[in-house]
Design a binder for this molecule. Structure first.
Ligand code: NAD
Length: 257
């Protein structure tokens, strides 16, 4: 009988010394956090919402900041719990194979699931911190959420009065160079790059697929919809992530001696 695609990828994972995961919003939809571009995505339903993720608009327009902070206050991440997909990557880490999780997600669910925080590279930052765009001071998001709940609509830095923003990377904002360098290293050092729940439309993150392939790794894409990198991939699986990812790494986690 022919080996199924899932069995073939599970074997690659089992045989690998080093796996790097590249995760996107799709791994968290089963935790109740909508993605951007999937069928029920935030931008699919409301294309105008994309403006709220533009850095220049955020800095220039107080109304954009008010709308963004309202969304922050109501964000699904505050009540979301990790799902089977996040937990599968914890299992992979415990099997000794997972090098790093390069995540585009800002929700902190990999860490909440039990992944080593030092191995979670948040290329697009985190929702759990707030940064002052003037003095650079970082504070916990919980402090700012409390001010929003108390009625402030566009809270400013308590130290210098500057504009506050969540510690996430908007379009037009540079990535943290150290986090990006570590992400490139992780993509170049693996035997298998496991892309999970990303449309691979955001750059430069999507280019990590090429980094991994150029370094000789197998590229596996687990995503419900097609991506621009499917042609480069050694295997493309459609999910759902919460079922397929445990199947891919479950056997690896138990058979490594
Ligand atoms: P995206 O919205 O562009 O793509 C997500 C992909 O995941 C879609 O193609 C969708 O079909 C697929 N998907 C969704 N649920 C799935 C499932 N259960 N099984 C299989 N596939 C599934 O997301 P992206 O590529 O990560 O890029 C968008 C940007 O959005 C990122 O920069 C990220 O920072 C940000 N974002 C983050 C979160 C989060 O932290 N949870 C949520 C929304 C957006």
């Amino acid at each position: 009988m022919a080996e199924s695609d899932v069995a073939r990828v599970a074997r690659w994972v089992r045989e690998a010394d080093v796996v790097t995961a590249l995760t996107g919003a799709g791994i968290s939809t089963e935790s109740g956090i909508p993605d951007f571009r999937g069928p029920a995505g935030v931008w699919t339903k409301d294309p105008a919402a994309a403006r709220l993720f533009d850095f220049d608009a955020y800095v220039a327009d107080p109304q954009v900041r008010v709308a963004v902070w309202q969304r922050r206050l109501e964000h699904a991440a505050w009540t979301a719990r990790p799902n089977a997909g996040h937990r599968a990557l914890v299992d992979l880490e415990r099997s000794g194979r997972l090098l790093d999780i390069v995540t585009q997600n800002i929700d902190g669910l990999h860490q909440a699931a039990g992944s080593d925080p030092d191995r979670v590279l948040e290329v697009h930052g985190s929702l759990h911190t707030v940064v002052c765009l003037s003095c650079g001071r970082r504070t916990p998001m919980a402090d700012t959420l409390a001010r929003l709940e108390a009625g402030e609509e566009d809270p400013t830095c308590l130290t210098c009065g500057g504009i506050l923003k969540s510690g996430t990377i908007s379009f037009g904002q540079p990535l943290d160079p150290a986090v990006w360098r570590a992400s490139v290293r992780a993509a170049a050092a693996c035997d298998v790059l496991l892309v999970v729940g990303s449309s691979l439309q955001v750059h430069p993150v999507a280019s990590l697929c090429e980094v991994a392939k150029d370094a000789g790794a197998r590229l596996v894409i687990l995503n419900a919809e097609s991506t621009p990198y499917d042609r480069l991939a050694d295997a493309v699986l459609a999910g759902p992530i919460g079922q397929v990812l445990p199947a891919l790494v479950g056997s690896a986690a138990t058979t490594r001696s």
